[in-house]
Design a protein. Sequence first.
Length: 405
Amino acid sequence: MSRSTKALALAAALALALAGCANNDDGDNGDDNNNAAPELEVQTAIDAPDDAVTPAGDGKAECPATTTLAYLGAETGPNAQLGINILNGVQLAINEHNEANPNCQVKLRKFDTEGDPNKATGPVTQATNDENIIGVVGLPFSGESKATGNIFEQAGLVHITPSATNPLLTTNGWTTFFRGLGNDNVQGPAVPVLAEKLGADKVYVVQDDSDYGIGLATSTNKALGDALVGTDKVTTGQKDFSATISKILAAKPDAVFYSGYYAEAAPFNQQLVSKGYKGIFIGPDGVKDDQFVKQAGDASSNAYFTCPCIPGELITSFADAYKGVSKGVDPGTYSVEGYDATTVLLAGIDAGNTDRAKLKDWVKNYDAQGISKTFKWDETGELTELPVYGYKVQDGKIVSVGVIE
């Protein structure tokens, strides 16, 4: 069964399950937000596609000893865990490749951007100046991707982002930028779908001031239509959300969607619940991380998520291997996508594309199955297969409820 067919089957099964749950909800979510959301069926396992390309290849690859790939992204900073999830996936792919290919030992260089657009230009410039680096996985965040895209373009250095979702990134005419997931024009419309299945008729949207948060909120607001009952803005690094919470409580929404990252989403939701909000909290991929649950504490029990990312912890073979590079920690958001992006580059190297121009051309023309999806890009660097998954917090853990869009 192809990845697309599996996704459609999962979506159909989820729709039936959710429809049953929704039909059993005879309460009025209304003004007091007191009714529990319908239970969504938890996904427990995913089979890796039989035809997925693996980093090991056929084990016969040969390449120059200087051949190097790089990870560029957050290893430290307020949202570092999202970058670390990716880096672990990258490292696993490199390890599996090098173990299987004694005559092609690809090096990995790591550059910490802290996820900060103002700090990312230095590491990116350093990487592009290293002629041995012929391909990059990164950058994780939209703001830093926007700030550095021209540097990559001028150097002719191909880079695949496993997680930057702002739709405008592929409108700059860059030939070196490829997105390894669906953008916010895909994720945004999934929000009202999830909200409807949860019985939430009225949704309030709060966005941060990042390129990611702004782009996703724009897409989400449009998709919500009449279900949107209010919006407000917060800033990166904000600690006190009292003013926004007062507006939310006055609007009496069934659900609040936070368009931003977990560093602010966790205290925001914690304060929201402590002020008496009893509705649903929905976060996107930038919030869907165990750090959100840890930082928000018991308040996180009201949380659901949308993410154009596959739950890697449900792919047993991948999860077991991943723990070998993560000190026993399960795969997180975008771990699989980082692994798949690296595999695309490694497959190109194994095919003899060992300079920047050839590897960029390889990615441009790539068409093969990964663990997470089929990787085939259009002329702008957008993928043609774009699944979006739903998640929820259950017993202090983030669990998948399958494909929602």
